[in-house]
Design a protein around this ligand. Structure first.
Ligand code: THU
Length: 148
């Protein structure tokens, strides 16, 4: 991915920290999801007084995109920190990795973790979710190797 696109994703993810609704953990997270057509979908974490209905920034972005008909994705950038102050990388939780596996090719989809525009790491989804259970595992006999 081009340096300029990475920078745009990091800046977009950072801008979402302002919208995070995190009155319980105070840990704000922002995400920028790049679809293969170039569209960027944004997300923030949205917590809830009952705790379990809380939604992560990554899933907010995915669900916005899928609900608008998008299903092909290239990358996601995630940033986060207590009170919105980014001091370390924020890797996606297991549930979000599972949602990524549903819509993305593990070898191709890139997860960008950043603390700022000049400090980031890029992982493939396969690296973050080895041996995941995905749509391919439910394929009919003879279709086992079929990619999503
Ligand atoms: N959170 C995210 O939104 N994404 C992550 O990758 C890690 C965790 C949220 C969930 C919760 O609102 C807060 O961060 C603390 O766990």
């Amino acid at each position: 991915m081009k340096e300029e696109k990475i920078r745009q994703l990091i800046e977009t993810a950072m801008a979402q920290l302002a919208y995070a609704y995190a009155p319980y953990s105070n840990f704000r997270v922002g995400a920028a999801l790049l679809a293969t057509d170039g569209t960027i979908y944004t997300g923030c974490n949205i917590e809830n007084a009952a705790y379990s209905p809380s939604n992560c920034a990554e899933r907010t972005a995915f669900f916005k995109a899928v609900s608008e008909g998008r299903r092909d994705f290239a990358a996601i950038c995630v940033v986060g920190g207590t009170d919105g102050e980014i001091t370390s990388y924020t890797p996606p939780c297991g549930v979000c990795r599972q949602v990524m596996l549903e819509f993305c090719r593990p070898k191709d989809f890139q997860v960008i973790l950043a603390t700022g525009v000049k400090d980031y790491k890029i992982y493939s989804l396969e690296e973050l979710m080895p041996m995941g259970f995905g749509p391919g595992n439910l394929a009919k006999a003879g279709e086992e190797d079929e990619e999503i």
